[in-house]
Design a protein around this ligand. Structure first.
Ligand SMILES: O=C(CO)[C@H](O)[C@H](O)COP(=O)(O)O
Length: 231
């Protein structure tokens, strides 16, 4: 079974967490896109009555396309449930997110939600976070100084945070929905995610990092042998 098929199965299962009347955070990425599409089908069929807050402009467009009613955190500052993908998750439900460049809004929306459920295919579940390069969002002012501070915080000699580039472009830097830059930090393994998260948060030019700790309450992980719910 393809990884995309597994993502869709996880998204389908996550619909069982949704009930009418819920205020939902809508994640970003290919797995979350399956969820938005399936959610839209339920809404259009009259089976669910929900409102959603998208975590990116891309998800906003997708939700409109699939008929999911939308609100904003300004109008609806507290949400019941966020369903989002992840680049990696460990067995303590700590995550690396932001591969799609939406980590800032994703974290704000997750933090405003009573629950966050992550949907993923089995390949995302790891013993130790860090195989996926950690995205760190920085403001453009002084970004090269901020990169040096990130390398120091990561405590790895020779770590070279790499500026995330726009896909398919001629090397121009990727800009987030908030106009910031992203550094990808290839750490191979993050033995102490809490310490790294605290060190990154303390750097003035860092807006947010892709370590999501203490935010995810359950994960739906789809593998070839079935679906596991971790919580
Ligand atoms: O954090 C994210 C976007 O910022 C995504 O959830 C993450 O990159 C997973 O993406 P996909 O579902 O396409 O594998």
């Amino acid at each position: 079974m393809s990884s995309d098929e597994l993502k869709r199965r996880a998204a389908e299962r996550a619909l069982t967490f949704v009930t009418s009347g819920m205020r939902l955070g809508l994640g970003t990425g290919s797995t979350a896109a399956h969820f938005v599409e399936l959610l839209g089908a339920r809404v259009r069929a009259g089976h669910l009555d929900v409102v959603g807050v998208p975590t990116s402009e891309a998800t906003h467009r997708l939700a409109v396309q699939h008929g999911v009613p939308l609100t904003s955190l300004d109008d609806t500052p507290e949400l019941d449930l966020t369903v989002d993908g992840a680049d990696e998750l460990d067995h303590d439900l700590r995550l690396i997110k932001g591969g799609g460049g939406a980590l800032l809004r994703e974290k704000i929306v997750a933090a405003a939600s009573g629950r966050m459920v992550v949907i993923a295919d089995q390949s995302k579940l790891v013993a130790t976070l860090g195989r996926f390069p950690l995205p760190v969002e920085v403001i453009p002012f002084g970004y090269r100084s901020t990169a040096l501070a990130i390398a120091r915080a990561a405590g790895k000699l020779g770590l070279d945070p790499v500026l995330h580039l726009r896909s398919g472009s001629s090397g121009s830097p990727f800009r987030t929905d908030s106009g910031n830059l992203i550094y990808d930090c290839d750490l191979r393994a993050i033995p102490d995610a809490d310490a790294l998260a605290a060190a990154l948060t303390a750097i003035p030019g860092v807006v947010e990092h892709g370590l999501f700790i203490g935010l995810c309450s359950a994960a739906v992980v789809a593998g070839a042998d079935g679906i596991r719910v971790l919580d």
